[in-house]
Design a protein around this ligand. Structure first.
Ligand code: TXA
Ligand code: MG
Length: 387
C-alpha cells in the first residue's frame, strides 16, 4: 500500500499517524490534502532505528546518538540537518528534518516491511485533536485514507517530544510523550511558553492547534512570592521546569483546592449566561463539585498525581466533550511534572492561550469570574456579535 503511494493510518505509542512513503513527493502531498494541512507545516519521518536516521540526515551529533541509544524506539523526535534525498515537501522547505522511531510493534513492522522512512503526521483533520483510537481516525478522515491499522487505544496519548539537536544543548520545540525530566542529563531545559507573536521555530506550533470546537478556558496555579515552592528543596526535576515563576504544584499546598473551587464556580457563572458548559477536572476535585448546577457535565480525567493517565485520556476526553455539543469547557492543569507539562501545553493550545491563574493571595471567586468572562466574551466573538 505504501509502496504504491497510498495512505496508511497506523498506531504508534503516542497517537495514530497518517503514513505515506517518506521519499515520494506525490505520496507525501496526499497527506497534506487528506488532512487539510498547510504545506508550511513539516512532517516527521518514522524510521526503525539509528540506521534509518542516518539515511535521512547529513550528520548525527554525539548528543543525538546518545539520545537514540537511551530513548528509541520511543516518544522522542529529533530535528537534524536534512539530506538532499528527503523531499522538500516533507520538511516544508526547511533544511532540517524531524525523525523518530515509534515504540509500537505495528508501527515498526510497517516501517520494516516497507523498507524506508514513513512520513506521518497525526492522523486527524488539521486543527483537530490527535487521534488516540482507530475510531477517531475514521471519524476525521474516513475514506480519505486507504487503510487503517487498528491496535486499540494508544498508550501515551500525547504526541512525541520534539527536540532540536542542531544546537547544544538541544532545544525543546514541543513538550510531549517523553518527560523533560528524562532529558535533564543532556542539559535540556523547557523553553518558555510561546505566544503567537514570537517567530515559529517549529512551524506547526501555532497557538491554536489540538482544538476542540468548544471554547476552552484553562485554570492553573501560579506561585506568589516563592512561599509555595520553598517547601521543596531544589531538584533536577524542578530545574527542568519551564518557568521559574510558576507554581510547582506539589509544593503549592492548598492551592489545588482553590483551583477546584474556581473551575466549578466558573462553570456555574458561565452557565448562568445561557451557555452549555462542561468541566475537565481531576479526581481530587470531586468534593468541590457539590455546588455545581445540574446540566453541567463534569469529566474527571485523572488524579493529579498521575499526569501520565491524564495524557493518555486527554484527547479522547476532548472529543467526548465536543460530542456533547457544549459551548465552553472549563479545564484545569495537571501539574508540570512528567507528562503534566505536555498535557498543559495541549490544553493551553486548545484554549488558544486563555488561561487564568489562581494564586494563594487571590480567592477562587476572582479567578472564577475572570474565567467566566473570558469564556463568555470568546463565545460572543466567535458567534460574531459585539459585547
Ligand atoms: O507522536 C508524534 O510525534 C506523532 C506520531 C504520529 O508520530 N506525530 C505527530 O506529527 O505529532 P505532527 O505532524 O502532528 O507534528 C509534527 C511536529 C510539528 O509540530 C512540526 O512543526 C514539527 O513536528 N516539525 C516537523 N519537522 C520539523 C522541522 N524540520 N523543524 C522543526 N519542527 C519540525
Ligand atoms: Mg498533529
Amino acid at each position: 500500500m505504501l509502496a504504491g503511494g497510498g495512505l496508511v493510518a497506523f498506531p504508534t505509542e503516542t497517537v495514530y499517524g497518517l503514513g505515506a512513503d517518506g521519499l515520494s513527493d506525490s505520496a507525501v502531498l496526499r497527506i497534506f490534502q487528506a488532512k487539510g494541512r498547510p504545506a508550511s507545516d513539516p512532517l516527521i519521518l518514522h524510521v526503525s532505528d539509528l540506521g534509518g536516521l542516518e539515511q535521512v540526515v547529513t550528520s548525527v551529533p554525539d548528543v543525538a546518538r546518545e539520545l537514540v541509544e537511551a530513548f528509541w524506539p520511543g516518544p522522542l523526535t529529533l530535528v537534524l540537518p536534512r539530506r538532499e534525498s528527503v523531499p522538500a515537501v516533507v520538511t516544508a522547505g526547511l533544511d532540517s528534518v524531524a525523525v523518530r522511531s515509534p515504540a509500537h510493534p505495528v508501527a515498526l513492522a510497517l516501517i520494516e516491511s516497507f523498507g524506508g522512512p514513513v512520513a506521518a503526521p497525526s492522523a486527524n483533520l488539521f486543527g483537530r485533536t490527535s487521534p488516540t483510537t482507530a475510531a477517531h481516525v475514521l471519524a476525521d478522515l474516513g475514506s480519505r485514507v486507504d487503510m487503517i491499522l487498528d491496535a486499540g487505544p494508544t498508550r501515551v496519548g500525547v504526541e512525541s517530544t520534539v527536540l532540536d539537536c542542531r544546537s547544544s544543548p538541544p532545544v525543546v520545540l514541543r513538550p510531549g510523550g517523553l518527560p523533560l525530566e528524562s532529558l535533564a542529563p543532556w542539559g535540556v531545559r523547557a523553553s518558555k511558553a510561546r505566544t503567537t507573536t514570537e517567530p515559529a521555530r517549529s512551524p506547526g506550533q501555532m497557538l491554536r492547534h489540538y482544538a476542540p470546537r468548544a471554547t476552552v478556558v484553562l485554570l492553573d496555579v501560579r506561585r506568589e512570592g516563592g512561599a509555595a515552592v520553598k517547601a521543596h528543596p531544589p531538584t533536577a526535576e524542578r530545574d527542568a521546569a519551564p518557568d521559574a515563576d510558576v507554581a510547582w504544584h506539589e509544593g503549592a499546598v492548598g492551592t489545588e483546592e482553590v483551583v477546584a473551587t474556581a473551575i466549578f464556580e466558573a462553570a456555574r457563572l458561565t452557565k448562568r449566561s445561557g451557555l452549555a458548559v462542561a468541566v475537565l477536572a481531576a479526581d481530587e476535585d470531586r468534593p468541590r463539585a457539590g455546588a455545581i448546577e445540574a446540566g453541567v457535565h463534569v469529566l474527571y480525567l485523572a488524579s493529579l498525581g498521575e499526569p501520565d493517565v491524564a495524557a493518555r485520556r486527554l484527547f479522547a476526553a476532548m472529543r467526548e466533550l465536543d460530542g456533547l455539543g457544549v459551548d465552553v469547557i472549563m479545564a484545569r492543569t495537571f501539574g508540570r511534572r512528567g507528562l503534566g507539562l505536555a498535557v498543559r501545553d495541549r490544553l493551553l493550545r486548545a484554549a488558544e492561550g486563555r488561561i487564568v491563574y489562581v494564586t494563594r493571595g487571590r480567592g477562587a471567586g476572582a479567578a472564577a469570574r475572570e474565567a467566566a468572562e473570558l469564556a463568555i466574551s470568546a463565545r460572543r466573538a466567535a458567534s460574531g456579535y459585539r459585547a
